[in-house]
Design a protein around this ligand. Structure first.
Ligand SMILES: Cc1ncc(COP(=O)(O)O)c(C=O)c1O
Length: 386
């Protein structure tokens, strides 16, 4: 579903996958993405399936195998490095609980991170771990120079960061943070929920230790889906903080489950807490397949093109941009509105333009189902309300 110029053919995509996108401009993927038809159909099929004798165990569990394979393709990793999870928070809590930290060790993070990447680490303070929150730059972005400089301190054992910041769309220079943590020996943990599905991520090229995501935003998948990536050599070393009943070798054979073999699985399934929602992962698979068909690089270019009407309005009416442009930018575009925020957000809502109000800015996050008429509608409605 691309045009000959390589851009997304939104009209065809809407007709086939997003037929409900009529009469409103939904620009809020950074909150929750819209579900494509192929995923909605899977949910229905699986709902029906549950009303009859179930297919074989192998058929059921092949849904999870496929989900790991697709998740791995999304980040250019291998399926053994993927554990399925129910949200981002699960993965980040696993990371916080299983990394070998001792009292006095420092976990480094930027101020204004989304709380899912802060709470699990603050919880470690009870055990004497120090959480160091690095202030933002004057522009309001994570201070990458400062983060990198602090890695020189041997007490810094973890750097944890969102690849894309939720409140302004800032994209960190992951290659730089990866190189700096490889040099210092600190673990690099990434919250990728605001990135995966809207831009390319290649973990074979840029090494990170742990990455966590949920499926409900840019992956246009059901709530309650997500995954955790753990770098291959770490899997054998990092013991899960809790024990799933299918996390051990030999547990594929349901006829001898009570042998309680103590050997953890040698792949990332050791971090899974089965039973997971089959129906939601069946739909997740359909959603991720669609995104892979469209191609993350093409999606990234599409989103940049969609920003134009809002950027033009911002320039013409002197609205401050609360998002970076260029290399540090992403598909999230925020306009600073301060005290007028609630009123403007309300006016947009009345005009059937759906976006979010975050940290003093209107956050617009278009996705594959949006065309330029959506962001033009948002710009026109905003201008009327200014
Ligand atoms: C950066 C970031 N991380 C995590 C989440 C959500 O975490 P979870 O998937 O655990 O609900 C959000 C948004 O809700 C977010 O913006």
């Amino acid at each position: 579903m691309t045009t000959t110029a390589g851009l997304l053919d939104v009209a065809a995509l809407r007709a086939e996958e997003f037929p409900a996108t009529v009469g409103f401009a939904y620009l809020d993927a950074a909150s929750t993405g819209l579900l494509p038809e192929r995923a909605r159909r899977r949910l229905e099929e699986w709902g029906r399936l549950r009303q009859r004798p179930l297919p074989s165990k192998d058929t059921l569990f092949s849904v999870f195998d496929e989900a790991r394979t697709l998740a791995a393709r999304l980040v250019n990793a291998s399926p053994e490095q993927i554990a399925l999870t129910t949200n981002t928070s699960y993965g980040l809590n696993v990371a916080a609980r299983m990394l070998p930290l001792e009292p006095g060790d420092i976990v480094l993070l930027s101020d204004k991170e989304f709380p899912s990447n802060v709470r699990p680490w603050l919880r470690l303070e009870q055990e004497g771990i120090v959480v160091e929150i690095v202030p933002l730059t004057a522009q309001g972005w994570p201070d990458e120079d400062r983060l990198v400089a602090r890695l020189a301190d041997p007490r810094v054992k973890v750097l944890t960061v969102s690849l894309v910041q939720f409140a302004n769309g800032y994209r960190v220079d992951l290659a730089r943070l990866s190189a700096a943590t490889r040099a210092s020996g600190a673990y690099l943990v990434v919250d990728a929920i605001q990135a995966l599905g809207q831009l390319p991520v290649d973990l074979a090229e840029v090494e990170v230790d742990i990455l966590a995501t949920g499926g409900q935003k840019w992956l246009i998948a059901p709530w309650g889906t997500g995954f955790l990536y753990v770098r291959r050599p770490l899997i054998e070393r990092l013991v899960p903080p809790f024990a799933g009943w299918l996390a051990f070798e030999g547990t594929d054979d349901f006829s001898r489950l009570t042998e309680y073999d103590p050997t953890w699985r040698h792949d990332a399934r050791r971090y899974e807490l089965i039973t997971l929602p089959f129906q939601d992962f069946a739909a997740f698979n359909a959603s991720v397949e669609l995104l892979l068909e469209l191609g993350p690089a093409r999606i990234e270019a599409h989103l940049q093109a969609l920003h134009e009407p809002l950027l033009e309005l911002a320039t013409r009416r002197g609205l401050p941009l609360a998002s970076p442009r260029g290399q540090s930018g992403s598909g999230i575009l925020c306009l600073g509105v301060d005290a007028a925020g609630r009123r403007l957000h309300g006016a947009l809502h009345v005009a059937h333009v759906h976006c979010s109000l975050r940290e003093g800015a209107l956050r617009f996050s278009p996705h594959v189902y949006n065309a330029i008429d959506d962001t033009a509608r948002a710009a026109a409605a905003l201008e009327r309300a200014l």
